[in-house]
Design a protein around this ligand. Sequence first.
Ligand code: HEM
Length: 268
Amino acid sequence: MRIGALALLLLPIAKALYDAGDIVHGARPLNDVIHRAGFWALVFLGLTLAVTPLRRIARYGNLIDARRMLGVGAFCYIATHLTLFFADQMFDLGKAAHEISHRVYLIIGATAWLGLAVLTATSTDGMARRLGGLRWRRLHQAIYVIGLLALIHYFQQTKADVSVPTFAAGLFTWLMAYRLLAWWQDTTELTTASLLTLSVVVSLLTFAGEAIGIGIAFHVSPLRVLDTIFDFGAGIRPGWLVLAAGISVAALDFVRARWNGRSARVTA
Ligand code: HEM
């Protein structure tokens, strides 16, 4: 599991090396790698949040072994993101601090960065013991707020097409809604029907959120935006992708429930 997580964490570096020619000959090479590091940090943050639902749904408790590595990996990418940002400011710390404190999206990013740093520093077994199980878990629930701040930062710096940030926001909403529903039903065993319903509701929210966002940004009626969701020639809207991801997870639950029997579900 850990070797798999490490391989996954190294993939973006392999991809950047593969794309090195394009990056170097691009208009702004440093900006390109800042974007890559930020994007992959967000992806690994999302994967860290996906471990708990996935290990329950796939009845594969060993997935927990990958969680800490993915979380620490997300921090390594975000540390690189910040270091490259400093490099872009010629390592003039005063200028970098001035930039950060004068742009809302950077203040939000910096807050998320600090939060991730605290969680990474307290991610060891020794720190978990020192803080005590309950306090450690409470502290690490800050990951939900950090994920939200990272998404806001992503949206704010995106200049034109918000499809990918909207897809990321849809997946994040699914992961949060899963936890809320499990907490509300006081269970770790959401049924396949609940997972399907959750996925449909979150995908509808994604369609609505995107339509309202585009409506506000371009001063058009959100209903006109919604009219285009079946126009697949213009691209597949993020709401469909969120629905496809949700249905895949529900299908996995259905198969694993029949394969192992409901009793074999991971309860932690
Ligand atoms: C002090 C902290 C941070 C600074 C100074 C910073 C700075 C930046 C800058 C300068 C950009 C490019 C903006 C542009 O080209 O106009 C960017 C993009 C981005 N950042 Fe950050 N950031 C910080 C924290 C974070 C954190 C904590 C995350 C996520 C965990 C994150 C994720 C992203 C993403 C996803 C992008 C866009 C990547 C893409 O376009 O694909 N950043 N950030």
